[in-house]
Write a protein that binds this ligand. Structure first.
Ligand code: PAF
Length: 292
């Protein structure tokens, strides 16, 4: 056991791939199921909800913290992405996680690294349009984590709806033996979708950021009243966001939740997804309209 300043550390921190593989193999030999929660750290309630699901349903829970450089574009926030390792460890100790897998960049992508995984057709829209490197980087690192940790279940949040669809497609298409468990988006009391990037926001920007969830709520109210025109709902969302100073819309998409094909009428299950720049942060949010 490693002692920390304030507590006795129980979570085992592993940074080497071979050591992580050995531990996973030993769990499997003992017929213990492994739940994996992949993260980039700076843990918040959204992550903790994934971890709780894993602790409830699997014998051993592995959380990975790795700020994956291959999913950031050259002009994105890789260097400034929030990192709070000691704080994260305390949260993992408190909740009772078994293993923290925390590899270095060199361990995951050694010099000469050449292989990338691409999921086609569902990665060009929404976030993939303005962040062309994102999903190739996500699919690659998630496949590597699955190979290293060998989880029985892996847990992902529905806040990153398109990411979840990409990972589910990856698992299905290349026949991976892991069940992907979807966990609903977690919001702050005032409606803001939880995100590590919320930490970039000033007090004023945080207020501005509420325009995302508020506009989704208004859209849902109008749809409930019978408005099914995508044009009307999309304009409503746009007006709601733009009337709040300090916002820059990246996209508003009203689409099929599996193919991400844009709709003209809100019929059948529909995803409403947004990406909006507030100050330095690009925030995303979404909601699902069930069959109407
Ligand atoms: O959602 C995230 O935090 C990341 O995209 C993931 C899945 C950990 C891959 O780096």
């Amino acid at each position: 056991m490693i002692e920390t300043k304030n507590s006795t550390r129980r979570v085992t921190v592993i940074s080497s791939i071979s050591e992580m593989k050995e531990i996973s193999q030993s769990f499997q030999k003992q017929n213990l199921t492994i739940g994996l929660v992949p993260t980039m750290g700076c843990l918040h309630e959204g992550h903790l909800s994934l971890i709780k699901k894993s602790l409830e349903s699997c014998d051993k829970t592995v959380v990975s913290i790795f700020v994956n450089p291959t999913q950031f574009g050259p002009k994105e926030d890789l260097e400034s992405y929030p990192r709070q390792f000691e704080n994260d460890i305390e949260k993992l100790d408190e909740i009772g996680v078994d293993i923290l897998f925390h590899p270095s960049k060199e361990e995951m992508y050694p010099t000469g690294y050449k292989t990338f995984v691409e999921v086609k057709n569902i990665t060009e829209q929404l976030c993939g349009k303005s962040r062309p490197d994102l999903f190739q980087g996500v699919a690659t690192v998630v496949l590597k984590l699955f190979n290293i940790v060998q989880p029985y279940n892996a847990f992902f949040g529905e806040k990153d709806w398109q990411q979840l669809a990409v990972i589910e497609t990856l698992v299905k298409d290349i026949n991976l033996d892991v069940a992907i468990i979807r966990v609903p988006l977690v919001r702050e009391n005032d409606g803001l979708a939880m995100s590590s990037r919320n930490r970039y926001l000033s007090v004023q920007e945080r207020q501005t950021a509420l325009s995302l969830s508020r506009s989704l709520q208004k859209a849902q109210d109008h749809i409930r009243q019978g408005i099914t025109s995508v044009k009307i709902i999309s304009n409503l969302i746009q007006q709601n966001i733009l009337e709040t100073e300090g916002t820059k819309i990246d996209y508003i998409s009203i689409c099929d939740p599996l193919s991400f094909k844009e709709k003209e009428q809100i019929r059948g299950r529909t995803l409403i997804a947004l990406a909006v720049k507030v100050g330095p942060s690009r925030l995303i949010d979404n909601c699902i309209i069930e069959e109407i």
